[in-house]
Design a protein around this ligand. Structure first.
Ligand SMILES: Nc1ncnc2c1ncn2[C@@H]1O[C@H](COP(=O)(O)OP(=O)(O)O)[C@@H](O)[C@H]1O
Ligand SMILES: [Mg+2]
Length: 401
């Protein structure tokens, strides 16, 4: 098939040609956006799911819906350690843009001016140096607001001021945060308290987040608030019907089709995980000489897809692990593709649960594994156990990888 016309789009955050199986989540997001904008009580939304299920794509969609509904949007992405910025550092450039925007208008808005002053005091309290920022904020800070130095108090004051400014301008603000599991627990807590304050006052500010399942444990002390304030839609693999739609519709647009056997084969191999569906669709298209794309094409496409995933999707995650972490995940892979008891993994390594507890915690904070239930451990990356078996064919507790 003509490679230039290939409709599939494997890649982190790349919108698929057919966004299958997400109608309910998008509907709910749209309703939440409308309600919050109109000052009605509504939960903020945090999408939870494994890698490659389409969370980032959904956040992109949410951004589009929000902008269409007249929102000002801040879209940020948290990162794992090292090059890590604080939540405040990530938010500041976006909030500054939104605040300047709210300050513009025919009539002067006292609320918008005040929000800028609160923003200035927020920054001065955190002693943040973000380039030319001070220079542009040629006004007094709002003394006593958002300047305690305690993020939990200050972020709430800032969000309230922004919410009031947005309300005054008959608009709304959406704060969208991807990879929320990498945000520090104290910062997540502050975020929750800020949303709490905003929703108590029915202000038009919503948080839409996404992250790996470990982020559920991050609410910390604010847990009871978090449960009332947030809905946690789960984003998972596509069911068979949706996976078929994700493959068949884009090619039918181009007067091509997949045979039923080809579709069955792809579904069985990918288990309906969106990233893999795109990868297989992509290689199937390039492999096939003619329509319909058949079972034999999928055999070839599978080889290419696996080779490619091993080089990229799986490899990048694996390469970030230390030798002991590699050994831990290889032991987990040895036990199977379902969640495993942490005790069984430790036993495979010839260690006690206590001896590997720190290692396990590190792997959770790196976003490699999570705990689906107390004492259980599972991969956050679907099908990575198969990669690990290919990468390290024979497991030995003594070997260094
Ligand atoms: N509903 C869907 N149907 C088909 N493909 C999808 C769907 N959602 C996402 N994808 C594809 O899956 C891949 C991973 O999406 P991404 O949003 O990066 O996942 P995540 O953020 O959960 O890791 C992308 O190639 C994207 O095009
Ligand atoms: Mg993502």
């Amino acid at each position: 098939m003509d490679r230039a016309k290939n409709p599939f789009s494997p890649g982190a955050g790349t919108p698929p040609p057919e966004l299958a199986g997400r109608a309910t989540i998008l509907d709910n997001a749209l309703v939440a956006l409308e309600r919050v904008k109109n000052g009605r009580a509504e939960k903020s939304m945090i999408l939870v799911g494994l890698r490659g299920v389409g969370k980032t794509v959904l956040l992109g969609e949410a951004q589009r819906l929000a902008e269409k509904a007249g929102y000002r949007v801040a879209f940020i992405e948290a990162h794992e350690s090292r090059q890590k910025k604080t939540l405040a550092e990530l938010l500041i450039p976006h909030l500054r843009r939104i605040l300047f925007d709210l300050d513009r208008g025919e009539k002067i808005s006292d609320k918008a001016k005040k929000a800028l002053r609160v923003f200035k005091s927020f920054m001065s309290a955190l002693k943040l140096k973000t380039g030319d920022l001070e220079f542009y904020l040629d006004m007094d800070a709002e003394k006593g607001e958002a300047d305690s130095g305690d993020l939990e108090v200050d972020l709430a004051a800032l969000f309230v001021a922004i919410g009031e400014a947005a309300k005054d301008r008959h608009t709304a603000v959406a704060i969208i945060i991807d990879e929320l599991q990498y945000v520090e627990e104290t910062e997540v807590s502050a975020l929750i308290m800020a949303i709490h304050r905003v929703s108590q006052r029915s202000l038009p500010l919503i948080l839409i987040g996404a992250g790996l399942p470990q982020l559920r444990a991050k609410a910390g002390n604010s847990k009871s608030y978090a449960e009332r304030l947030f809905a946690y839609p789960e984003v998972g693999a596509l069911n068979k019907q949706d996976a078929i739609a994700a493959l068949q519709r884009p090619v039918q647009e181009l007067s091509v089709s997949f045979s039923d056997e080809a579709l069955n084969e792809i579904y069985d191999t990918t288990k309906g995980y969106p990233y893999f569906v795109q990868e297989w669709g992509y290689h199937a298209w390039n492999t096939a000489q003619q329509s319909p794309i058949g079972r034999n094409d999928i055999t070839e496409a599978s080889k290419l897809s696996i080779a490619n995933l091993d080089k990229s999707f799986f490899r990048t995650r694996f390469d970030r692990l230390t030798p002991s972490e590699k050994k831990y995940v290889r032991a987990l892979a040895e036990l199977g593709s379902t969640p495993q008891r942490s005790g069984d993994i430790a036993a495979k390594l010839g260690k006690t649960v206590e001896q590997v507890a720190a290692l396990r915690a590190q792997l959770i904070s790196k976003g490699m594994i999570y705990s689906p239930a107390h004492g259980d451990t599972a991969f956050t990356v679907p099908l990575i156990e198969e990669f690990l078996m290919r990468e390290i064919p024979v497991f030995s507790a003594k070997e260094q990888y």
